[in-house]
Ligand binder design. Structure first.
Ligand code: SF4
Ligand code: SF3
Length: 529
C-alpha cells in the first residue's frame, strides 16, 4: 500500500505526500487515518439516517469529533493509538448499521486516487475541501465539548455532510453548497468555543507577556487546550515551577482565569516548526495538548502528550474522568528532575489579549481614529505558520505596512512578526493580537461591528485579509469567511494542492480570492482598493 495525503500546505506543491509525509507521517499511519476517515463517514451516513427518523446517538455525535481530530495534521502519529481509534469507530458504525438496517456504500473509494478515478478531479477536490473543513470544525467543537458545550446543529451537519461523502452521491453544486454550509457551521463552532472560553476563563484583557525565561524549574505547554493549561496551573501551585506557554498557547495570558496564576511566567519560543531547536533548549518538561507536534529529537524523556495528540513511545497523560482533573504529576516530576533555567533572561514583553470584548470596548476610539484619517487601513494577517521559506513574506508584509495602518493578527503565523516594535496610533497599539486560530470568531465580530458603525458590510471596510494556511483548521476558517461573503482574501504561502484548477476558478470568480504576491504589490493593491 502506498499513501496519498495532500491535506496540508507542506506537501509537495500541487501534488501529495506518497511515500512518507513531509510532516513525518509514515505510510502505515496515513493508511490508518484514511480508514478512520472512512469509518467516520460511515458513522455519519448511519447517524444521518437515524436523525432523519427522529432519533439521536450521543456516542456517534461526540466520538466523531475526537476521531476526526486524530487525523488532523501534526496531531497523532501513533499507529497503536490510531488502530484503537479505528476499532472504536468501526464498532460504532457497525452498531448503527444494525440499528438502522441500512448499508453504507463507499468502501470502494476509500483513498483519494480512487475517489479521483470514481468522481473526477473536481468532485474529488470539493469532497476533500469539505472533509478538511469538517476536520477543522470538529477540532473546535471538540474543545468546546471539553468545556461542557455542545450544539446539535453541528452534529446534524456532520452526519449529513459525512453521510454524503460516504455515499458519494452529491453533485458539484451540492458539494459547493455543503462547503459553504460547513463555513457557517464552523462559525457556530468557533462561537461555541468562544463562549466556553470566555465564560470559563473570563474575557481576555490586554496583557503584557514576558518572552524571556525566569530562573527556576520550568514546564512548557503547547497546543490549543486552555483547560489542560488551567489544570496544570492548579497542580503546580506552590511547587516552585514556572509554567510557560508555547505557540498557540500564547493567548492564555490574556484570560483573567489563567493570568491570575503568578507562576504562569511567560511565553517561550516561536511557532510549532521551531520546536526541535526550542524544545531541546528548554530546561524543563513539555506538555503537548494538540497540534502541532513533530518527531521529538533528544528530549523524549521530558515531553508528554495528552488528549488527541500522540507520538509512538511518548508518555501520554490520560483523559480526565468526568468531574475530575487530568493527573499531570508525571509532567511535574519530570520538570523537577531537570535543572531548570539557571538565570533570569533580560526582560522583554509583547502584548496579547485583544479579543472582541477588549477591542469593542475601545471601538469609539478606533472609529474616531478612522474618521479623522489617523487610521487608514486595517490588515488581518492571520493563520498558521510553517517551515517554508516563502513564509518570510508575512514578516516583510508586517514590516512594510504603512505606519497609519493597524494590524490584527491571530493563530501561530504571528510569531513571524509579533516581537517587532509596531508602536501605536493615539494609544491604539498598531499590532492587536486577537488570539488563537479559533479566535477568528473574534476577528469576525470586530469586523462586523466596525462595518455596522460605518454603515457598510465587511467588504466595504478599509480592511484586507492576508491569510497564511497550513492545516485543516485554516481550511474551515477560510470556508467561514467565504460563507460570510468576504471577498479579495489573499492566501499563501501556496495554494492548496487539493484544490483543482476548476474549483480554484470558481473561488476566484465568486470571491476574488488570490494568491499572495510580493509584500510591496499586495500593500499597493490593498490600499488602492
Ligand atoms: Fe504530507 Fe501534510 Fe499529509 Fe503530512 S499531513 S502527509 S505533510 S500532506
Ligand atoms: Fe498553528 Fe499548527 Fe495552524 Fe491554531 S499550531 S494555527 S499550524
Amino acid at each position: 500500500m502506498t499513501m496519498f495525503c495532500y491535506q496540508c500546505e507542506q506537501t509537495i506543491p500541487g501534488q501529495a505526500c506518497t511515500t512518507r509525509g513531509v510532516c513525518g507521517k509514515q505510510e502505515t499511519t496515513a493508511n490508518l487515518q484514511d480508514q478512520i476517515v472512512q469509518a467516520v463517514k460511515e458513522i455519519g451516513f448511519y447517524n444521518h439516517q437515524l436523525r432523519q427518523s427522529g432519533r439521536k446517538d450521543a456516542e456517534a455525535d461526540q466520538k466523531t469529533l475526537d476521531f476526526l481530530f486524530a487525523t488532523v495534521t501534526n496531531v497523532n502519529f501513533d499507529d497503536a493509538r490510531l488502530a484503537g481509534i479505528l476499532d472504536a469507530a468501526r464498532k460504532i458504525a457497525e452498531r448503527l448499521k444494525r440499528e438502522t438496517g441500512t448499508m453504507c456504500p463507499g468502501k470502494e473509494w476509500i483513498t483519494i486516487p480512487l475517489r479521483r478515478e470514481n468522481f473526477g478531479e473536481d468532485a474529488a477536490s470539493l469532497q476533500e475541501l469539505l472533509m478538511y473543513g469538517i476536520k477543522g470544525t470538529a477540532a473546535y467543537a471538540h474543545h468546546a465539548f471539553l468545556l461542557g458545550r455542545e450544539m446539535d446543529e453541528i452534529y446534524g451537519f456532520f452526519a449529513k455532510a459525512l453521510g454524503s461523502l460516504a455515499a458519494g452521491n452529491s453533485s458539484i453544486d451540492e458539494l459547493i453548497a455543503l462547503c459553504m454550509e460547513c463555513g457557517g457551521v464552523n462559525l457556530k463552532a468557533m462561537e461555541l468555543l468562544d463562549n466556553a472560553h470566555t465564560e470559563h476563563f473570563g474575557h481576555p484583557v490586554p496583557t503584557p507577556v514576558c518572552v524571556t525565561p525566569k530562573k527556576g524549574k520550568a514546564i512548557l505547554v503547547t497546543g490549543h487546550d486552555l483547560l489542560d493549561l488551567e489544570e496544570l496551573l492548579k497542580q503546580t501551585e506552590g511547587k516552585g515551577i514556572h509554567v510557560y506557554t508555547h505557540c498557540e498557547m500564547l493567548p492564555a495570558h490574556g484570560y483573567p482565569g489563567l493570568k491570575k496564576y503568578p507562576h504562569l511566567a511567560g511565553n517561550y519560543g516561536g511557532a510549532w516548526q521551531d520546536q526541535h531547536k526550542e524544545f531541546a533548549a528548554f530546561s524543563g518538561s513539555i506538555l503537548v495538548t494538540t497540534n502541532c507536534l513533530q518527531n521529538p529529537q533528544g528530549y523524549e524523556h521530558r515531553i508528554f502528550t495528552t488528549g488527541c495528540a500522540a507520538w509512538p513511545g511518548l508518555k501520554s497523560i490520560a483523559d480526565r474522568v468526568p468531574g475530575g482533573m487530568k493527573d499531570f504529576s508525571p509532567v511535574i516530576d519530570a520538570a523537577l528532575a531537570e535543572t531548570g533555567f539557571t538565570e533570569d533572561g533580560e526582560e522583554q514583553t509583547l502584548l496579547v489579549g485583544f479579543g472582541h470584548n477588549a477591542v469593542l470596548g475601545v471601538a469609539d476610539k478606533v472609529i474616531d481614529a478612522v474618521k479623522s484619517g489617523k487610521i487608514k487601513h486595517f490588515y488581518l494577517i492571520g493563520g498558521c505558520d510553517g517551515a517554508k521559506p516563502g513564509r518570510n513574506y508575512y514578516t516583510e508584509l508586517a514590516e512594510k505596512i504603512p505606519k497609519d495602518c493597524v494590524i490584527l493578527t491571530l493563530a501561530c503565523g504571528k510569531y513571524r512578526f509579533n516581537k517587532m516594535p509596531f508602536g501605536d496610533i493615539d494609544g491604539i497599539p498598531r499590532l492587536l493580537d486577537i488570539g488563537q486560530c479559533n479566535d477568528a470568531y473574534s476577528a469576525i465580530q470586530i469586523a462586523v461591528a466596525l462595518a455596522n458603525a460605518f454603515g457598510t458590510d465587511v467588504n466595504g471596510l478599509p480592511l484586507s485579509m492576508i491569510l497564511s494556511w497550513y492545516e485543516q483548521k485554516a481550511v474551515c476558517i477560510l470556508l467561514t469567511l467565504l460563507f460570510l461573503g468576504v471577498k479579495n482574501i489573499k492566501l499563501g504561502p501556496s495554494l492548496p494542492a487539493f484544490i483543482s484548477p476548476a474549483v480554484l476558478g470558481v473561488l476566484v470568480e465568486k470571491f476574488q480570492i488570490a494568491p499572495i504576491s510580493t509584500p510591496e504589490t499586495d500593500i499597493k493593491t490593498t490600499l488602492a482598493g
